[in-house]
Design a protein. Sequence first.
Length: 268
Amino acid sequence: MICLRVRNIEVGKLIGETSKLRIYLGSTDAKQSVILKVAKTFDDGHILAEEASKFNEMCAFKDEIFKLEEKQGKENSHYDWLFADLQASFMEPTQDDRRINVLSMPDIEIDKLTPLTKLSSETEIDTWTSIWILGRFFKFYSFFELLAASMDCPVVEYPIFSSGDYLIGPKEHRLIYYNFSGKINDVMAMDFVKAITKFILDWVAIGDREEEQKYLNLLKDFSEVGRDTCERAHKEFYRLVEELWGIQYYPFVYRERGTSYWNVIREE
């Protein structure tokens, strides 16, 4: 960045870069932590414009769901916890009219989050930790199935699955989508269920107890066969989990790859 401030935001350190954009930490005058994505050129701005449009669409729909649940007296599904909030998207004159997207995290500080790709490449997680992470993935992808259904559209605009598009908060059990890599239109979720589950299978170290082996068998089936919707995978997944262990809080348990000692991160 040429300057240290953009509008009301103090620009911090560079935390990521692609061929088309740079990603920075930032802090607003109100002391809110944000992420800034800055297009490298004016022409690269179309990527961030598309991302802004997608996040605005997601935000509008989760607000619709919240209002409907509130009206019906239902518990808040908290789809808002699954993806970042787009605070602003603009072309900045001080940066040669390059587009900038400003994102904040829902109900959690950015410094409590880490890139999912980094954590998964450096650690292994245990069976029960993998449960809430896979559950978050299926819930997030089923959100787009709900969106398509609300418009009576048989085709779903699924986001491309890439672990690099997520941040994770181990202690707070948060998995947050913050980067739009593109979309794929499909009438079935088969490939997405397979890809998501394969990612988890590459990360988790599942024990040899009978219950864990039943869990492993379901994950293998997901990874090989898939399911026609993520909603169906989500329901089937938690049906087995509840049958085996019940639904309860479990801390984030991990070990460094190549080691045998397990570490525990729990809510205080």
